[in-house]
Write a new protein. Structure first.
Length: 259
């Protein structure tokens, strides 16, 4: 039997959201049309679940991959959970503190900064439309931490990669990296969700714009990079569409024959 329904994953920042952190009208209409036509749609983001809730509700989505693949929901049911090992997290926290680099810890519903205030944290999170998180000394002691944000420059990141082999570092901003368990990726998360929903990779489509989308693009049967994506992501994409502000989602879906 020929599979006519497809599963489409959308990254959020720089993909569904424009530079003003809004979903363009053309993108929202396109995503709603996909669902009306019987296709399955899910989010695939580095964000925590609480940071994508408004977007999920706006688009009427019940399934998503968050924390770059470490937390996967299917129709409101948690089907995959992979928090950072507490020992690794404690070692990272100690090393970052000695290096003077702040961390932001994220669980499924909240986040906390290792410092009361740091300008790099403020700058990076403002770009996501998120306020500087508060400092809470015992935040990690009673919560599962799925991902942290490490704030350091590209020149400073080598020491972390060398020291922490059981962690994965993915840069998303010139001043910040996402930190997750080694081996974790969006590809892992979307493959788990695709399997649960009965889709093989050739029927999976993925839209993205940054380095944390590389593994996802390699998994998906069709990958579409936004016009603002780095060259390395565009090179492996099936197609490069326009920026979000230039109706990139709509044009990409039309190119793929999904609309």
């Amino acid at each position: 039997m020929i599979q006519t329904k497809k599963l489409i994953f959308f990254d959020i920042d720089g993909t569904l959201l424009d530079r003003h952190n809004r979903i363009p009208a053309s993108a929202k209409q396109a995503v709603l049309a996909l669902q009306e036509n019987g296709h399955m749609v899910a989010l695939a983001s580095g964000r925590s679940p609480f940071m994508l809730e408004q977007i999920r509700l706006e688009l009427g989505l019940e399934s998503y991959v968050s924390f770059n693949g470490q937390y996967v929901m299917h129709q409101g049911e948690l089907i995959h959970s992979n928090p950072i090992c507490s020992d690794a997290l404690n070692q990272l926290s100690a090393f970052a503190s000695l290096s003077g680099h702040p961390l932001v810890y994220l669980d499924r519903s909240q986040m906390s900064c290792s410092q009361e205030y740091h300008p790099h944290v403020d700058l990076c999170l403002t770009s996501l439309g998120v306020a500087h998180p508060r400092y809470e000394k015992q935040f990690c002691e009673t919560r599962l931490i799925y991902q942290t944000m490490l704030f350091c420059t590209e020149e400073e990141e080598a020491s972390y990669r060398e020291k922490f082999c059981d962690l994965k570092f993915v840069r998303w901003h010139p001043l910040s990296m996402d930190v997750l368990p080694a081996g974790g990726s969006k590809a892992e998360g979307i493959s788990i969700l695709a399997d649960r929903m009965g889709f093989t990779p050739e029927h999976v489509y993925a839209f993205g714009d940054n380095f944390n989308d590389i593994e996802m693009f390699r998994y998906a049967g069709c990958s579409i990079a936004m016009g603002n994506a780095p060259h390395s992501l565009q090179q492996i994409a099936s197609h490069v569409t326009a920026n979000a502000e230039q109706d990139g989602i709509l044009h990409g879906l039309k190119w793929a024959g999904l609309l």
